[in-house]
Design a protein around this ligand. Sequence first.
Ligand code: 4UU
Length: 511
Amino acid sequence: MIHRSPLPDVEIPDVTLTEFVIGGAARFGDATALVDGRTGESLTYAELRSAVTAGAAGLAAHGVGPGDVIALMSHNQPSFVVALHAAIAAGAAVTPINPALTPGEIAKQLRLAGARLLIAAEPVVDKALEVAGEVFVLGEHPRARSFTSLFTDGPAPELDLDPATSVAVLPFSSGTTGIPKGVRLTHRNLVANLAQTRAGWRIGPDDVQAAVLPFFHIYGFTIILNSGLLGGAKVVTLPRFELDEYLRTLAAHRVTRAYFAPPMVLALATAPHVEDHDLSSLRFALCGAAPLDVEVTERAERRLGCLIRQGYGMTEAGPGTHQVFDDDFTETPPGSVGRLSPNTEARIVAPGTDSDVAPGETGELLIRGPQVMDGYLDDPAATAATITGGWLHTGDLVRVDDDGVFWVVDRLKELIKYKGYQVAPAELEAVLLTHPAVLDAAVVGVPHIEGGEAPKAFVVTGDTEDTVGADELMAFVAERVAPYKKVREVEFVERIPKSPTGKILRRLLRT
Ligand code: 4UU
């Protein structure tokens, strides 16, 4: 059975992402588009548009154009947005990089993405210079040219690109299995997802969006940043989540729409002094990227004075597939992820089969719609395993009720989510196997208070068991991966359970 959205299909304009998102900037003119919540630095829509044009013209003069990939590594700040849309308006695809990555991890993404230059935030320029050929800095740095020094007058380049086939953004995701892969999101994928979500959420010039979740991740990118700009809202950026600063920012900017990941909701539910802040402007709060406990949600709602509902999606779907629409925000049960977005179809199948489960039963969610990625970069095998007959395999177990409301029940895929960030077990296993004492290794997610879940490694050391301890192995991994990917528990075992074909049987390790 194919499930469909209760909303009618929306039209998907045949334009580039940047034209769609800030092409209409003239309508909002002198309204504030972006404010740095920490420094107060701000840009109006008119200023954003002219900075993007100057940046695009400058990049084009520098030789950047369609077919090129530009890497962007920064925390949330207004200049991230200028660089992002300038690169896209120059015709390039942008691969966003998490600034927490180690130099080795950054080098790998640059290489896989085929990035020709890297635009980096000032605090991570030194790391960028270790691994990238050409680095521009957002801000100033003694060893790197500033991105704004590229700006030139003159029109943005005329682009001859097909929005349906040209990649706009290339985020990395491990999907249902394996190591992180470039996700080819075309202009059309992202324009579609923005048009789809707009149908369910009324974001307008009176709205103020709090943007602390990172723009380098698809949730921050599409749902928070670009949805906000499309609607003409004021987007207030913060570089990281610090509870007191966050609450002060909500109050000072009279934020109307807040976007959370589960650790933020947990912090709001348990921290003192939340009520000391005037949060009366808040009308909408969304949480996504990982499972959220209903009891924690209710505690946080009472202190915020605003309902919290969940969003769901994945990088490979640009990301949104389900929404709690503004119109049914109150009635949609907490704990659910709402209904299908327009132009989005779903099936729920028995895992590993192509058979639909009986109504109300739990199974793997498959998604079909214009937001589903064009495929993984340079990986036809992974693409073919993930999209079959036009259906994207989410690797999530869900059920749907009679009202068309979906519930995420469990995760079938091997992916671990630490604070909502992707951690790919295969990546950590590969690191562990480079340790001389490790004969075999398997990594699974285990419950973790702060992170929701965290990586635990099962390790076979054979005869050398006495010479390598858990702490040493954890330190070995920690030196090689970003902090959020750290292995936080190690168990030595005699062997790793595997299927006859050699696949790790992770379910057996999790119990
Ligand atoms: C249980 O995390 C994301 C996207 C988050 C998102 C999307 C639309 C948040 C709000 C929104 O409106 O993308 P990825 O690719 O990093 O991770 C995708 C995976 C899913 O497959 C699922 O396993 O993250 C998990 N996930 C969730 N799990 C995402 N949202 C939820 C959720 N409950 N609400």
